[in-house]
Design a protein around this ligand. Sequence first.
Ligand code: ATP
Ligand code: MG
Length: 440
Amino acid sequence: MIQRLIRRVLGLAVETPQRVRRAKHGLARDALTPGALKVCEVLRDAGYSAYVVGGAVRDLLLGFVPKDFDVATDARPEEVKPLFRRAMVIGRRFRLVHVMLGGETVEVSTFRAADLETTQKDEHGRVLRDNVFGSQEDDARRRDFSVNALYYDPATEEVIDYHGGLADLKKRVMRVIGDPEERYREDPVRMLRAVRLGAKLGLTLDATTRAPIRRLAPLLERVPPARLFDEMLKLLLSGHASACLRQLREVGLHKGVLPMLDVILDQPLGERFVTLALGQTDARVLADRPVSPAFLFAALLWHEVLAAWKSHRAQGEPSALALEAAMDEVLDTQCEKLAITRKLTATMREVWAMQPRFEMRSGQRPWRLIEAERFRMGYDFLALRAASGEVSADLEVWWRTFQSADDETRKEMLLPDTGPKKRRRRRKKSPGASASPSTD
Ligand code: ATP
Ligand code: MG
């Protein structure tokens, strides 16, 4: 193998894998899904090698149910595809094959190398291109953590371990393969993955894996915003967002991912609000209930909006305009770094803009508000604000009661109208116009 030879010549280590039998690791092939088993079997029958690899092996060995199954093989994508009835080649940079079997999709990737000569890096060491096929050994070396570089062979029920991943799993540590600084420079997202996977799996970061993170945190600024957003979403929806955030602060990464989050977390009310929001999200994810990323991002940035809103009002802007300006400002800053999608920001705005309307509990306004499309989300947001002590608990109780009360009770609940007189004198507008709040 040429790669092996080059490494020998360069005096680099050539890894010999450990082949560990089932009696030692305990993972039986029937723990795999039928799809993953079938894919490996078909590839093997066609004369290729095929292993389940990455997150699935790691999760199974730890006793978790894997999200999905990845298979690594020495067959090229164009050789894999014809072996299956429903399969397609995806990806331009890295070509992978998605094999559909039953309701399952198994991702099949060809062993890849981080080629020492052809890999393109930017001036900070970030890898821009590395799509060379390689051996299994190369494939193991380009993976991020030792626990992610385990290959399971369903035919023999052996685990093939190049980097001591099994021992690390036993010790419950995450360890970067190779030199941590170099690996983080190649791909700074690995620092976030370390935190997310550590929190999700209950593994601690090995000292050498953890040490360079604080210093290298600014490298995250180089990561394309869309990629950062994807990774943040994974982190926030992992079911372990609270633990992740705590860990992000501990290792010094929180400034890198959500600018100004450190400021928010330093305010007692802000910290309480964010902690409650994340705790609630985690509980929902773990109970398999749906969560809204828009709600979560709206919560993470709310205290930022509050601060900006306040400063605009202090400059004499009317309240509603000041809020608009504050939302623009916060979203502009965030979107530069995180490519938060338009659909998401539209919902975040709706939820934020609804908040002052909860203060208005007289006349027709409460009736109009509960008809709003995002009322439920807006109300949940209000409940979080109340729980964090930002608004009175009475306000939340009022809205909770109002929602489920009959019309008679609702009428009795209304507060005396203290709104600006001019509003009542205004001529009736089209129904859509009533949606924009006047909060002066
Ligand atoms: P999960 O799916 O639970 O989030 P995972 O480890 O399976 O975790 P994936 O993003 O599905 O994460 O990646 C699959 C595998 O690809 C990983 O286990 C790892 O071996 C490798 N990998 C993923 N991202 C990187 C990266 N940035 N650098 C090196 N290897 C990576
Ligand atoms: Mg995975």
